[in-house]
Design a protein around this ligand. Structure first.
Ligand code: DAH
Length: 339
């Protein structure tokens, strides 16, 4: 009798393999496990008719078979319920996919991040201040009272007579000094600036600046020079030379213009350096005593240097770009070349 169970098991397993979709599987379930006429059910029902000594072994075998088939059924059901990809005319899975266009960082942002890394190594932290600024901070507290002729250096967008779009990041010097309340400072202040100017290959009405400011005891022009040399060498190559030229800014004394030997011709003279061998990289100087005291620092105790750099100019030198207008006219042919 126990062989009968074994035979039924083999038959049922074969039939289960043959069931290749859910309706066929359901037919199989009715045939073998169905409550009324299922083969296993019938087997169990026949137990009472057997001789008493055969009942235990047979009953056990039949019950085991029932449990076993139930398990196999469930496994097969799960297998057949899984979604399958069918090759139809509508979906050709061999077609190449559509390319996903990846965005990238704008060249200015890439350059800014390089600058943060270089100045970061030198201990400068990044701070940001508003683009809409008061006339007081943009000019007056930087030693340019109303009608001061030096204001002509910056053509200004006025929001109202007392509020401007900042023409440079230098007002951030005052804001940062007031924030740090006489603690030593080593910061860079990146951000957008605006000028009411005709747009040309060399000037945009909106551009970025990175202001640098270091204030502490016994800071000298030599510290400024060391910082500029280190920056130039890390950004543009280890054998760069830097020179200072006398200049004038109302908020620094002395004021300088920082030049670097031309990276295109190495100082020989070319179109980029206008045959001088030198290219300008920023304006800088020692913070004017009045500006220190406007920021809350006692000029008899503290000194400091400051500089203002154009990241677009840095990028133009580095990548030999001859027109600043490419940066913000959103031509992907230009922007895609970087990053
Ligand atoms: N703010 C100046 C400009 O926009 C650049 C500048 C010059 C910044 C000298 C400075 C500085 O901090 O010391 O032209």
């Amino acid at each position: 009798m126990v062989e009968k169970v074994q035979m039924l098991k083999e038959e049922a397993m074969q039939a289960l393999q043959a069931a290749s979709n859910l309706p066929e599987l359901d037919d199989w379930r009715v045939k073998y496990l169905g409550r009324k006429g299922g083969a296993v059910t019938q087997l169990l029902r026949s137990i009472p008719e057997l001789p008493a000594e055969e009942r235990p072994a047979f009953g056990q075998a039949a019950n085991e078979l029932k449990g076993f088939l139930q398990e196999r059924y469930e496994a097969r059901h799960a297998e057949l319920s899984r979604p399958t990809v069918e090759m139809t005319e509508a979906i050709d899975v061999t077609l190449p996919g559509r390319p996903v266009n990846l965005g990238r960082l704008h060249l200015t942002i890439q350059t800014l991040r390089e600058m943060y890394a270089i100045f970061g190594q030198m201990g400068f932290q990044v701070e940001e201040w508003p683009e809409v600024e008061t006339d007081l901070l943009n000019f007056e507290l930087l030693n340019m009272p109303p009608h001061h002729p030096a204001r002509d250096m910056w053509d200004t967008f006025y929001v109202n007579p007392k509020v401007v779009l900042r023409t440079h990041t230098s007002p951030g010097q005052i804001r940062s000094m007031r924030k740090h309340c006489s603690d030593p400072i080593r910061i860079i202040l990146p951000g957008k600036c605006y000028r009411y100017e005709a747009v040309t290959a060399r000037s945009e009405f909106m551009f970025y600046q990175v202001e640098g400011l270091a204030v502490g005891r016994r800071i000298t022009l030599a510290d400024l020079k060391g910082t500029m040399v280190d920056f130039a060498r890390q950004m543009f190559g280890a054998d760069r030379e830097v020179r200072f030229r006398c200049s004038y800014f109302p908020f620094t004394e002395p004021s300088v213009e920082v030049d670097m030997d031309c990276i295109i011709c190495g100082g020989e003279g070319c179109r980029v350096c206008k045959h001088t061998g030198w290219v300008e990289i920023c304006g800088a100087g020692m913070v004017h005593p009045q500006v220190l005291s406007n920021g809350g620092y006692d000029p008899d105790v503290y000194s400091g240097f400051a500089f203002g750099m154009g990241p677009e100019r840095v990028a133009m030198l580095k990548h030999d770009i001859d027109d600043i207008r490419y940066f913000y006219s959103n031509d992907l042919r230009f922007l895609k070349q970087f990053g």
